[in-house]
Design a protein around this ligand. Sequence first.
Ligand SMILES: [Zn+2]
Length: 269
Amino acid sequence: MNHPISSRPTTLPDLCILCGEADAVSKEHVYAAWIGRIHKFGAIKAHYQKTSATGTTKTTEDNFLDKTLPVLCDACNTRWGSDLQDAASAILKPLIKGGEWPALSRKKLHAIAMWATSFAMVREYMYPELVTFEQEKRTRFRKEETIPEGINVWMGAYDGTRDLLTWHRAMFDGFDTGVSQPNTALFVFTIYKVIFVVFSTSSVELASPYSTRNYMLGRCAHAHNLRRVWPNEGIFPAGRPLPVESVENLMPELYDQLAGDAKWLLDRG
Ligand SMILES: [Zn+2]
């Protein structure tokens, strides 16, 4: 049997990945421009990583200020998207610079979760064959500003350098029961002094906070001093910053909690 991802599209879609209606003409920055302005980073590299089922990691380096994906329409990017960026950046900028973590209201945690979810939705189009979000979820996210079921977002302090690190792993969960496309993904990304984890799944079992694996994932994140931004527990500020030497291990440790029947996707070579 062919590996199911071999039949998946490897090109970007014609229509906007958010509204699903208009032409995807607008070049969305993977890292929004406000991130670059915080430190006047200039030509600093972003490391985009994906890891194969055998544990080998492929790293692509790019000037993060230049990296764009033409996956949004003009209205979703320049109007709706910039409001979303403004709301999140006002909260995140001081934390990214290493400032004190204040108590964050539920409204602010929602704004952060919306932003982190949108980052993940765009980020996974770095590898179109690994896309896990369904169009219906993205459209509802856009039109109702509803964070889809099955999304978990964590955030914490990170003792980071000016490098931007991002890891992405997609998987089939319930592969043996006929799942025919990737339905679960983990994203880990750092912006200077803050680290984020986004977990997204359409697997009913994995999405449930009462499932063992969902619980174990949360426990693992918590053990690294990450705090759950969504679904909102209202518990902040963060604990001690995650040390730089621990960051490489975070994705594999999170992955281990989900393993079970999951089949991680192989690199496309
Ligand atoms: Zn759109």
